[in-house]
Write a protein that binds this ligand. Structure first.
Ligand SMILES: Nc1ncnc2c1ncn2[C@@H]1O[C@H](COP(=O)(O)OP(=O)(O)OP(=O)(O)O)[C@@H](O)[C@H]1O
Ligand SMILES: [Mg+2]
Length: 325
C-alpha cells in the first residue's frame, strides 16, 4: 500500500433544497483514501454515506441537491472544477462504481455480454471482438461459472451474487484507480456476501487500486478494510486504521456502534442500542451533532463543534472528551 493520497475530500458540503427546508446531508466532511487502500465509510442510515459517494462522482441529483463547498481532489485534480463531460469520462474509467442494487445499473432488456462489451468498447476504444475476449477474461477472473453462457444471458436469469460478480467485472474492466462501492453486498445472504467481499479484495489488491467501501456493518469493515471513517449526521467523527479504531475507538459514537455488534460470548441476550435517534438533517443540533445521544456530553458539547484531534498515528477524532485506551 502506498502512502500517496489518491482521493482527498476536504470540508465538503452538499445540501438538498426541499419544501421542508434545507437538508444539510453533508456538512463538513473530510476523507482521504491512499493509493491501494480499502477505506470503509460507516454510519447509520441517513448519515450521508451515499451522498458523499454521489458528490465525488458528480452525480448529486440537481435540483434539489447541490455541492455547496469544499474540495474533492482526485489524483491531484479538483473534481468540483470539472465539466459534466469531463466527469462522464472520469466515471467508469479512472473511478468506477458498484451500487447495492445491480439491477439499477444493468439494463434488463440487453444481454450481459452486450452490456459488458459496450462498456469496454466505450472506455478502451477496441473492436467488438477484442472487447468480447476481455469480457470473457473478466468473468473468468470474478470466478463466474461458464462465462460463455453468462454472456448470452439476460440480467433476470442470474442470481443476486452472480449479478454482483458481473458488476465487479464491469467496474474493473476499465482498470480504475478508485472503486466506489456503495453497500455492494447488503442484498446478498451472508455466505455469498463474504465470498464477494473476498473476491473484490483480491482483485483490487492485484491491481493496486483503491476502494471507498460504504457499509453500515462494522463486521464488513473488519473483514475487508485497511482504514475506516465513521460518519454521523453529515460529518466524519472519527477516522484511522481498522486496527487502531477497533482496538481503541475514541468517539463515544464509534464505541456505541461497536457495542451494537452482536457478540455470542456475551451473557446477556439483550442487544445493545445507542439511545435516541439520528438528528433531523434540516435542524441539526448545534455543537457536536452527537451530543443529545452522548452519555458524556457537557455544555461545551452543545455549543462548540469539536475540531479533529489526533489520538494515535493516523487516528483522528472529533470529540471534546475522547475515550482513552
Ligand atoms: N434526492 C434527495 N433529495 C432530498 N434529500 C435527500 C436526497 N438524497 C439524499 N437525501 C438526504 O440526505 C441525507 C443523507 O442521505 P444518504 O442517502 O447519503 O444516507 P446513507 O448514509 O447513504 O443512508 P443508508 O445507509 O440508508 O443508505 C438524508 O437525510 C437523506 O434524506
Ligand atoms: Mg446509502
Amino acid at each position: 500500500m502506498g502512502e500517496k493520497l489518491l482521493l482527498q475530500v476536504e470540508d465538503l458540503h452538499t445540501y438538498f433544497y426541499t419544501l421542508q427546508g434545507v437538508i444539510k446531508a453533508i456538512d463538513g466532511v473530510n476523507l482521504c483514501v491512499r493509493e491501494g487502500e480499502i477505506l470503509g465509510l460507516v454510519g447509520e442510515s441517513g448519515c450521508g454515506k451515499s451522498v458523499t459517494a454521489l458528490s465525488i462522482l458528480g452525480l448529486v441529483p440537481s435540483p434539489p441537491g447541490r455541492v455547496e463547498g469544499g474540495r474533492i481532489l482526485f489524483e491531484g485534480e479538483d473534481l468540483l472544477a470539472k465539466t459534466p463531460a469531463e466527469m462522464r469520462s472520469i466515471r467508469g474509467s479512472r473511478i468506477a462504481m458498484i451500487f447495492q442494487e445491480p439491477m439499477s445499473s444493468l439494463n434488463p432488456v440487453f444481454r450481459i455480454g452486450d452490456q459488458m462489451i459496450e462498456v469496454i468498447k466505450l472506455h478502451k476504444k477496441v473492436s467488438t471482438g477484442s472487447a468480447r475476449i476481455q469480457a470473457l477474461e473478466m468473468l473468468h477472473e470474478v470466478r463466474m461459472p461458464d462465462p460463455e453462457a453468462v454472456l448470452a444471458k439476460y440480467p433476470f436469469q442470474l442470481s443476486g451474487g452472480m449479478l454482483q460478480r458481473v458488476m465487479i467485472a464491469i467496474a474493473l474492466s476499465c482498470e480504475p484507480s478508485l472503486l466506489l462501492a456503495d453497500e455492494p453486498t447488503t442484498a446478498l445472504d451472508v455466505t455469498v456476501q463474504a465470498q464477494i467481499l473476498n473476491l473484490m479484495k483480491d482483485l483490487i489488491r492485484k491491481r493496486n487500486a483503491a476502494v471507498l467501501l460504504i457499509t453500515h456493518a462494522l463486521g464488513v469493515v473488519a473483514q475487508t478494510c485497511d482504514a475506516v471513517s465513521v460518519m454521523y449526521a453529515g460529518t466524519v467523527v472519527e477516522s484511522g486504521s481498522v486496527e487502531s479504531i477497533f482496538r481503541s475507538p475514541a468517539h463515544p459514537y464509534t464505541r456505541g456502534l461497536m457495542e451494537c455488534i452482536p457478540d455470542p460470548s456475551r451473557k446477556s441476550d439483550k442487544l445493545k442500542i445507542i439511545p435516541g435517534t439520528v438528528p433531523d438533517p434540516v435542524n441539526p443540533p448545534p455543537g457536536c451533532r452527537f451530543h443529545p445521544r452522548c452519555y458524556k456530553a457537557t455544555a461545551t458539547c452543545s455549543q462548540i463543534r469539536p475540531d479533529p484531534v489526533r489520538v494515535g498515528p493516523g487516528h483522528v477524532v472529533c470529540c471534546h472528551y475522547p475515550e482513552e485506551g
